[in-house]
Design a protein around this ligand. Structure first.
Ligand SMILES: *[C@@H]1O[C@H](CO)[C@@H](O)[C@H](O)[C@H]1NC(C)=O
Ligand SMILES: *[C@@H]1O[C@H](CO)[C@@H](O)[C@H](O)[C@H]1NC(C)=O
Length: 402
């Protein structure tokens, strides 16, 4: 009996030790965050273990999350939901049932998941799309682009670009009764990266006659040049998106070769030949003082030029929209940016806001004291009240501005 009790106590202590992580004071619902993080970390450990055993690629195990949250296209009394193809790219379409005499607004959503995991069919995305379609009486197109490790850059971008351009054709807009002058593109995390990249690409495309009215970038990934910004340094071990996982996503976007991952992890994937690009991501000039804290700006350590030669995507603005020249930012649509304080990607968002404003783009920047991925933590068992608050703010803004 005594030894059983001892075992139980020891196991409980171990479990508590595994679950407990120190969190910043102003993070709400701390225990829920810790439990969610522990569950997520366990999946990460299982994925590493399976890869070490040679069973499957790390990201193939991480895709378990995507399957777990999968939903079939299910219409409700207000919205018709269908899965279809836009020029061979799978999309999930949400069309309001309510009759409308004027053409409708439209939102194109691009899901997150580090270009490796995630799907438009995941429950939190599906719920938000249904809600947006109903509350804004808008058509929602949620794109299921191809993923790494099977596909690398620029496939993800190309799929998104193809689907958006397909939707923007006159006869397609007419078919869905969409007002081409009231369209938004929106994306979270890696989806925010694709949303920013596709907005910039369309701006200078002579074939595209309609213009996006709004881009929404929800804690977006915007550059791979400097993976040691203050937010990477401060938040590298906080829940959901660790620095290691983000670097893993970045390197996997370009290649499965682990050498790029190792170089990016030590921020040595850029050589002195690429130094002229660093001004676009110079956090010393682009971040507000309070975020720099006492970090001292050092140029990223000079690495090997072999990586940029082998993976030119590293310097491609379709992968890193922060590397766009000022005159390419000019004329971008009205932008809504969400950033989170305890997120490695926080400074990407802040730097883009600075650069967009300098280029004369109107930006509404919503910043929250929370961690990466919060917006879609809105279903059981990890349902955060802050997620609902952020979504409500976002939808109110979108309804007013789109
Ligand atoms: C459908 O719309 C009505 C009216 O806005 C609302 O009360 C109801 O909850 C909606 N149903 C769903 C499933 O969202
Ligand atoms: C970054 O900005 C700092 C000053 O704000 C400057 O001294 C440094 O040369 C800049 N570095 C690059 C690579 O632009």
């Amino acid at each position: 009996m005594g030894s059983k009790l001892l075992c139980f106590v020891l196991l409980s202590v171990l479990a508590a030790y595994y679950i407990y992580i120190p969190l910043p004071d102003n993070v709400e619902e701390k225990w829920k965050v810790m439990l969610m993080d522990a569950a997520f970390r366990s999946l990460g450990h299982a994925a590493s273990f399976a890869e070490i055993l040679g069973l499957r690629h790390y990201m193939e195990t991480m895709k378990f999350l995507t399957y777990m949250e999968h939903t079939e296209p299910t219409s409700n009394e207000n919205v018709t939901v269908t899965d279809t193809l836009f020029s061979d790219v799978p999309v999930r379409l949400y069309v309001p049932k309510k009759l409308s005499n004027a053409p409708r607004r439209a939102v194109i959503h691009i899901h997150g998941g580090g270009w490796c995991v995630g799907s438009a069919t995941m429950k939190p995305y599906d719920l938000l799309s249904k809600r947006t379609a109903h509350e804004l009486n808008a058509v929602i197109v949620s794109i299921n682009y191809k993923l790494a490790p099977k596909f690398h850059f620029p496939t993800q971008f190309d799929d998104v670009h193809t689907a958006v351009k397909f939707f923007m054709q006159d006869h397609i807009l007419k078919k869905y009764s969409v007002d081409g002058s009231r369209m938004a593109v929106s994306g979270d995390s890696a989806g925010g990266n694709l949303a920013a990249a596709v907005s910039a690409e369309l701006l200078h495309d002579p074939e595209v006659k309609v213009k996006l009215k709004i881009q929404v970038l929800i804690y977006p990934v915007l550059q791979s040049l400097d993976l040691n910004t203050p937010s990477f340094q401060q938040n590298g071990n906080l829940p959901i998106l660790s620095k290691t996982l983000m670097v893993c996503f970045w390197s996997e976007y370009f290649t499965t070769d682990r050498r790029l991952f190792e170089a990016m992890l030590s921020n040595k994937h850029i050589s002195s030949q690429e130094a002229q690009f660093l001004k676009f991501v110079n956090w010393s000039t682009l971040l507000p003082e309070n975020l720099k804290k006492n970090h001292v700006y050092n140029m990223p350590e000079k690495g090997n030029s072999i990586f940029v030669k082998k993976y030119p995507g590293l310097l491609d603005t379709r992968a890193s929209p922060l590397l766009l020249e000022d005159d390419k930012l000019k004329g971008l649509p009205l932008t809504y940016v969400i950033t989170c304080m305890y997120d490695v990607l926080r400074d990407d968002g802040f730097m883009y806001v600075s650069r967009l404003r300098k280029a004369g783009v109107h930006v509404l920047h919503a910043h929250y004291d929370t961690f990466h991925g919060i917006l879609f933590m809105n279903t059981w068992p990890f349902d955060f009240s802050l997620a609902h608050h952020i979504i409500d703010n976002y939808l109110d803004w979108l309804d007013l501005n789109l």
